[in-house]
Design a protein around this ligand. Structure first.
Ligand code: NAD
Ligand code: 0WE
Length: 269
């Protein structure tokens, strides 16, 4: 018997097999969860459908989370299919690419609006509609990044969106607590995915974090493991929390240059 046997939930944000949302899906599937998938746009359908099928999912539906009618429709379909839900995963972020480099002071009003709408407001939109499908409580999980808390060059308006997302996690946790619905975030270390590989300088920051973090880089499966905890019953009194799954990167005040030099020398050998 898996940890999630008899539990049902929807995953938002699978784009391909490298998606963090897919790492989470595989972990939950291993634990016996019944999964549904929602993707953005027709082009992703042919990627997501075979992945969903590989974990025995019978629910795959399109939904652009910036469109209230589309979100309403998705939850009508989910209600018809599942009846009730035990968990929901929000692994969605977007800012126009021109906002992810250059001076932060050049952030446009429209870029700001889009980044916060897609990456932050969408969690509120999903949580509101998931609530009536979780009459006995449930667990909602989103994905954040350290750029919410400390300046990360080029992350720019996405850092502001993630700061707002982490605050949203706390306000939702407060609001939905009486319904026994928990809301948490995982702050993941950098991982190569569709969203991250399109970012200039991503490889450099991946290598840097790998060298500085006590445990080195993390992978999709590590986020999946933490999701087993935050979406399941072992975390039943934890809500409004941001759990760092970053190899310990965020505890460091300065890089251990001795360790980095040794590692660089070893990689030369
Ligand atoms: P990804 O590209 O695989 O996933 C991002 C998803 O967002 C895609 O499936 C995309 O279709 C979806 N999306 C974008 N706009 C949407 C919209 N309007 N409606 C519905 N869906 C929409 O990349 P990922 O790295 O797995 O990202 C998942 C989450 O993890 C994001 O919130 C990201 O900020 C976060 N995160 C990523 C990293 C990293 O280094 N990859 C680190 C920390 C946090
Ligand atoms: O949250 C993210 C990335 C989210 C993202 C990525 C893109 C690329 C394509 C949002 N919007 C877009 N828009 C696009 O057009 N991460 C945590 C990964 C990431 O992004 C960075 C990073 C890291 C890490 C940007 C700059 C610096 C570091």
């Amino acid at each position: 018997m898996g940890l999630f046997t008899g539990k049902k939930g929807i995953i938002f944000g699978v784009a391909n097999k490298n998606s963090i949302a897919w790492g989470i899906s595989q972990a939950l599937h291993e634990e016996g969860a019944e999964l549904g998938f929602s993707y953005a746009g027709e082009v992703l359908k042919k990627r997501v459908e075979p992945l969903a099928e590989s974990v025995g999912s019978k629910f795959v539906a399109e939904c652009d989370v910036t469109n209230d009618e589309a979100v309403d429709h998705l939850f009508t379909q989910a209600s018809d299919h599942f009846g009730t839900l035990d968990f929901l995963v929000h692994a969605i972020a977007f800012a126009p690419s021109e906002e992810l480099s250059g001076r932060f002071s050049n952030t446009t009003r429209n870029g700001f609006r889009i980044a916060l709408d897609v990456s932050c407001y969408s969690l509120i939109a999903l949580a509101k509609r998931a609530m009536p499908l979780m009459p006995k409580g449930g667990s909602i999980l989103t994905l954040s990044y350290y750029g919410a808390e400390k300046v990360t060059p080029n992350y720019n308006v996405m850092g502001v969106a993630k700061a707002a997302l982490e605050a949203t996690v706390r306000y939702l946790a407060w609001d939905l607590g009486p319904e026994r619905i928990r809301v948490n975030a995982i702050s993941a270390g950098p991982i190569k995915t569709l969203a991250s590989s399109g970012v200039s300088g991503f490889r450099k920051s991946l290598n840097y974090v790998g060298a500085v973090a006590p445990l080195g880089n993390v992978g999709q499966e590590d986020i999946g493991d933490a999701a087993r905890f935050l979406l399941g019953d072992w975390s039943k009194q934890i809500t409004g929390e941001v759990l760092y799954v970053d190899g310990g990167y965020h505890i460091m005040g300065a890089p251990d240059t001795d360790r980095m030099e040794k590692a660089a020398a070893q990689s030369q050998e």
